[in-house]
Write a protein that binds this ligand. Sequence first.
Ligand code: ZN
Length: 246
Amino acid sequence: MRYLIVSDLHANWEALQAVIEDAAGRYDQALCCGDLVGYGADPNAVVEWVRQNCAAVVRGNHDKACSGQEDLEWFNPVARAAAGWTMRSLTPENARYTHNLPKGPLVVGNFEVLHGAPFDEDEYVLGAEDAGQSFEYLERRLAFFGHTHVQGGFIWNHSRVETIPRTALRASRQSMEVDGDCAYLINPGSVGQPRDGDPRAAYVLYDSDAGMVTYFRVPYDIGQAQKKIRGVGLPPILADRLSLGR
Ligand code: ZN
């Protein structure tokens, strides 16, 4: 089975469209690690694509916030403004779908899908130490997670935790063979708001028969996504940061 794994789409339809086109014909099933909405100007288009195309989806913290399940006091003012706007913009059907997304981790075949850490969906797995703790909670040797918006992840190699080097700047793909003796926490990166210094949309393809994970970066129409964010009156910094990838 060939899987397309996307995460942190954040209502960026231009970025998601570019990913869909780039990955077309190269996967059998799509999966999502959460944060469908929040920050971007196209929550309905993005939620509808996920509803129709993803076989398994876990909720992210922004999905909770934008469907009234999170105390917005904990959000910074920009994220709070975006959550309020998203809540008012989602159709009742898409709001219900977002509200009912399951909490991760979800077990899919021989791997897991989650948003933050396996022990806490809102916790960031940023460094090898966080990852070491997370590996103890995994029920499978392979897991896909998001939340940090940083493409890459971690390998548990005989009790040593290694950081997977980020896709080289300007490279558009990077493959890695999955070793059955190791465990993996794979971050496909963010589709809609990358924060690893590369503004291109990020995703992963996983071929379970070949045991191969491939990271991808794809350029998209950032200008159009920015225009829409400014046009609907979301905080301008949400548009600005897209060109920086930070
Ligand atoms: Zn996110």
